[in-house]
Design a protein around this ligand. Sequence first.
Ligand code: NAD
Ligand code: ZN
Length: 269
Amino acid sequence: MTLREPQGEREGLQPAIEEAARVIADSQHVVALVGAGLSAESGVPTFRGPEGLWTKHGEPDLRDYERFVEDPKRWWEQRLERTSRFAEFAQALDEAVPNAGHFALRDLEEMGRLQHIITQNIDNLHQIAGSQAITEIHGNRIKLRCVLCNQRWAYEDVSLDELPPKCPDCASGVVKSDTVMFGEPIPRDALDECINQSRMCDCMLLIGTSAVVYPAAQFPEDVKISGGTLIEVNPNETPLTRISDVVLRAPAGEALSLVVERLRSLPLR
Ligand code: NAD
Ligand code: ZN
């Protein structure tokens, strides 16, 4: 028995892999819309679902951004004290490394089969895996961002001696974590790129996202309405299953590796 047999035996998976590979090979502009599920196999918990962080620890502070706007100095002081209820989440992120799913997306890009990743994840694992074309709709935890000019900075490039920190570039904007807080608008540049990508897209992979968070949930609907194909990669049913054309009912690491393998055996465009 080969190692691969049990994967292929997952009910209905192999024909769906065939179909997904065929659709991707026939498409001109493939975009992956990624959610927390992709990083689950890297040990980063999702927010929703039975094992989700919110299920275990309660809902997050939905007034986070409002508090930041009211008193950025206080917000920064609390942040630097690192007294979050979600310290477990921060530790999981610190320790996480990319899994087979991240590497499969990197491979698809290198093969010319994937044009862009729109990720809702903040964990920086796409970059570590080597993907290039990425829009982070919810920001990146290792970066800071100026609220005025949207310039992103590494932590070491911004002085935290005086709080709240000021933007080294425009000098008047306050700097916050790049991660988008509850209640905070998606940064305009990221949103514009997502809309642009969704317009060009004729095949969207919906990977590990329960797609209940707007505006991300809108992009697959737009692609579908304009005649594109949706491929869902998720071990569980989601609100997007209903409008998906192909469903890979398996963990992302397993499903995406099989798609890459199948595509490698197809002739190049
Ligand atoms: P979610 O928690 O609402 O949903 C996660 C989805 O992943 C579910 O549909 C679940 O069925 C699926 N899933 C679980 N294991 C999977 C696997 N191995 N392979 C594929 N799919 C799997 O997450 P969401 O819809 O992305 O929304 C929550 C928001 O929270 C995100 O927008 C993100 O900004 C943030 N978040 C980020 C991280 C991260 O950076 N890694 C982790 C948790 C939450
Ligand atoms: Zn600035």
